[in-house]
Write a protein of this length. Structure first.
Lengths: 332, 460
């Protein structure tokens, strides 16, 4: 089985399922993720994508002139190339995906579905999965449903105008929480592991080869796979064009949203966090205007605003604790 | 995989014929009832049995809530006891999850019938997803509502239809049943109506909690072969030869086959649209719901021809062959008392009365009811659920006879499943007869219990 760059190259040659006509924001990392998912699911199996209301839903806003989802300009000739997409309410995507898997399994059990088991992918925003939909999310994992749950983490309810989300870094500006608050992000990885996921990962598509590996493994998982995708939001975080992938990488390197991978019953690993030269969090914060009240850039250097040192120190302390916590989770 | 053939289904995408072999699912079904059987069951069981009999009902889902729980328990026990191949009872962590789940099953394979039963706050908890389902075109969804006073203080677990009435706008075809035979027979017909390509609208059969969910009666159960034959024939007929409702994207009269499912199709469901398009979707939804009137009549005719019992009628009429002077319009199990009292009303009050029992709540049978009430001099409308004004049912009845000067008395009784006694029915009939004599209603509304008017509001 190929891994890393060879796998990434192989996937790049497959047929995408996310095409022209989408209406995501220019510079949105979600589009990069969707392209990767679209290619990874071109694996000889039927694909069903369940999308809980989130930014991702905006990808179809050009209806009916832009289709966005689907392999090719026309409906493909083979069912294995086809894509079924259902948009359902915010918190529902994991449960709807579970239902589709159960239906496919039941049909296969009586010989009514003779093809390979389909790819069943659930897509939620962090608000949809971890705030309003935490119940749905955890119980689908608890039932060990054989689905791949992808959660886009942009730390905001971005779809509805950048309101506070429980995955947000402390003191990040949000429309419903100006200047942010001290609450640290919910422990989404710990919750997923404790609920019983078979595979839990966190990775930004900014790390393209690793992202390809993790998506591929999630689709192969025989029980619930959970993939968190830290996803810089150009409209909500307010950063310069061209910084999307770089901010995704910085989120990992600083320890705020590190790349992580763990299979149930095996030691996990934290990836793409340099042990010796881990950048301070203000390198990350300074490039986003949602933290402009704390840190600003002077040239290319982050400068903490006078009097805001305690908040920046608190964020740094959170990043440090986050890495320690993930190390403990990896050892479970 | 068996060979599949792409069939374009504009504007929905494509279906891959052969990718799902429903004949294999049909063949896997183990019939439970081999010949017509008579059995004493309660309402919840009567509503559960069809899901055991339909080969298409491969998956049901549920979460317990009083007074609907036995529906789920019965199915779980039966499936656990028998050959589980081709049948699954899925337990979820909440009603909301149940509604999400049945949406997934129904969308995955549109040839399946998927259902659940709930009540009161359970239905409320489903609301977000139920409203999506109502607009989805997934006519293969059945949500059984065991009516119970809905979420309000004080908590009451007994049956009134305030939950059902609170969900009038969810987009479902809502049918009210009374008695186990009506419950069972209605269930048998609903997928043939909801899955008809002209309708494609989910259905919500209902019966009052406790009074009907927990009351046992004699039920004639038809053999599985007939139950499935009826549905299969109805769907085959509808797909092939029925007149076609125009889709907002297709030309009038264009083919309107069932859209693809997620597993056997290349398609999208529930996409985000702008307001420019939203209204078109809503228009199509209204057209489909309206088409149910015609399809119900067709399905009811086929049902009676096959099983020898009356098919689903939008309203039951009793005493209308006697040219009634007053009509009592009601729904639910207490109608039986009123029907039983028709002779006594005539003898004691000296007035000919008719009882119209509403079965089809949504879409409301306005035309049928207007025709039935054409000759009466006053109408008493009996509401069993709390409403801020003259009552949910009163509003619909008044719309049906709009433009006529017939007085309409609005009654409330039986709230929270309270008894509606003979004295209450007689009191309501007397008040309606007085309105007929006077030529106008006496009060805006009245709450009647044990024959006494215990509350009300004067007309302004």
């Amino acid at each position: 089985m190929k891994k890393g760059l060879p796998l990434f190259k192989e996937l790049a040659l497959r047929d995408d399922a996310f095409g022209e006509g989408h209406t995501l924001c220019p510079g949105c990392e979600e589009a990069v993720t969707f392209h990767a998912l679209g290619r990874a699911t071109d694996n000889g199996k039927k694909t069903v994508l369940v999308m809980g209301t989130s930014c991702g839903e905006v990808s179809t806003l050009a209806y009916p002139t832009g289709v966005a989802w689907g392999r090719g300009r026309e409906e493909p000739d083979q069912v294995e190339k086809s894509v079924g997409v259902i948009h359902h309410v915010f918190e529902s995507a994991p449960t709807v995906a579970e239902a589709i898997r159960d239906t496919a399994d039941l049909l296969a059990g009586v010989g009514a579905w003779s093809g390979p088991p389909p790819n069943v992918v659930s897509w939620s925003g962090d608000g949809g999965a971890l705030a309003i939909g935490l119940r749905s999310f955890l119980h689908t994992i608890h039932r060990r449903a054989r689905v791949a749950l992808f959660v886009n983490i942009n730390e905001l309810f971005a779809n509805t105008g950048f309101q506070y989300s429980p995955t947000g870094i402390p003191f990040g500006d949000a429309s419903t929480l100006p200047g942010g608050g001290p609450a640290e992000p919910i422990d989404h990885i710990g919750l997923s592991l404790v609920a019983g996921a078979g595979f839990v990962a966190q990775v930004s598509p900014g790390f393209a080869p690793l992202f390809a590996e993790i998506v591929d493994e999630a689709l192969r998982c025989e029980t619930t796979a959970v993939v968190f995708v830290p996803s810089p939001c150009i409209a909500g975080w307010k950063f310069e064009e061209g910084m999307t992938a770089e901010l995704g990488r910085l989120a990992s390197k600083t320890g705020l949203f590190p790349c992580f991978r763990k299979r149930a019953g095996q030691p996990g690993e934290i990836l793409h966090v340099p042990a010796d030269r881990r950048p301070p969090v203000n390198e990350y914060l300074a490039r986003q205007r949602r933290f402009d009240h704390l840190v600003r850039l002077e040239g290319d250097l982050p400068v903490v605003r006078a009097g805001r040192e305690p908040e920046v120190a608190a964020i740094q302390a959170y990043a440090d604790r986050n890495l320690a916590r993930l190390s403990r989770l990896a050892a479970l | 995989m068996e060979s599949t053939a792409r069939r374009l289904v504009p504007p929905y995408g494509a279906t891959y014929d052969g990718s799902i072999d429903l004949d294999a699912l049909r063949a896997a079904h183990r019939p439970r009832i081999l010949e017509r059987t008579r059995k004493a069951v309660d309402g919840n069981t009567a509503a559960a049995i069809p899901f055991l009999q339909w080969w298409r009902a491969a998956i049901v889902a549920g979460f317990p809530i009083t007074p609907a729980t036995k529906w789920l328990e019965h199915l779980a026990a039966e499936v656990a006891r028998g050959d589980a191949r081709g049948k699954r009872v899925k337990l979820l962590e909440s009603e909301h999850a149940v509604a999400d789940y049945i949406a997934g099953v129904a969308a995955a394979c549109r040839g399946l019938v998927v259902g659940t039963a709930t009540s009161s706050v359970g239905l409320d908890h489903m609301t977000e997803s139920i409203r999506s389902l109502g607009a989805s075109g997934l006519g293969n969804v059945i949500v059984v509502d065991v009516c119970r006073a809905t979420a309000n203080y004080p908590l009451c677990i007994e049956g009134d239809p305030s939950d059902l009435l609170a969900h009038r706008d969810d987009g479902f075809i809502q049918v009210v049943c009374r008695g186990v035979q009506q419950i069972y027979d209605t269930l048998l017909q609903l997928p043939a109506i909801g899955m008809d390509p002209r309708v494609l609208t989910p259905t919500m059969p209902s019966y009052y909690g406790i009074k009907d969910s927990h009351r046992s009666g004699a039920l004639v159960i038809e053999p599985d072969a007939e139950v499935n034959g009826f549905l299969d024939d109805a769907l085959r007929t509808a797909e092939g030869t029925s007149p076609l409702v125009e889709d907002f994207l297709a030309a009038e009269g264009a083919a309107h086959p069932t859209p693809p499912g997620l597993l056997d199709g290349d398609t999208a469901l529930g996409s985000c649209v702008t307001s420019d398009w939203f209204q078109g979707f809503k228009l199509a939804q209204k057209q489909r719901l309206s088409a149910a009137h015609r399809v119900i009549a067709e399905v009811a005719t086929a049902f009676e021809a096959r099983f020898g019992r009356p098919g689903l009628s939008p309203i039951e009429l009793h005493g209308f062959d006697q040219r009634p002077e007053i009509a009592l319009v009601c729904m639910g199990p207490d109608a039986g008392t009123a029907i039983h009292l028709l002779g006594r009303i005539r003898d004691q009050l000296g007035v000919r009365a008719g009882v119209a029992v509403v079965r089809l709540l949504t879409p409301f049978p306005t035309v049928d009811l207007a025709a039935a009430l054409a000759g009466v001099h006053a109408v008493g409308v009996i509401n069993n659920a709390h409403h801020h004004g003259r009552g949910h049912l009163t509003l619909d009845v008044e719309e049906a006879i709009a433009g006529r000067t017939v007085p309409v008395e609005a009654f409330f009784c039986g709230l929270g499943g309270a008894d509606v006694s003979t004295t209450t029915w007689l009191a309501m009939a007397r008040t309606t007869a007085e309105a007929a004599a006077r030529g106008r209603a006496g009060r805006r509304w009245r709450l009647v219990h044990e024959g006494l008017e215990i509350g009300g509001e004067d007309l302004r």
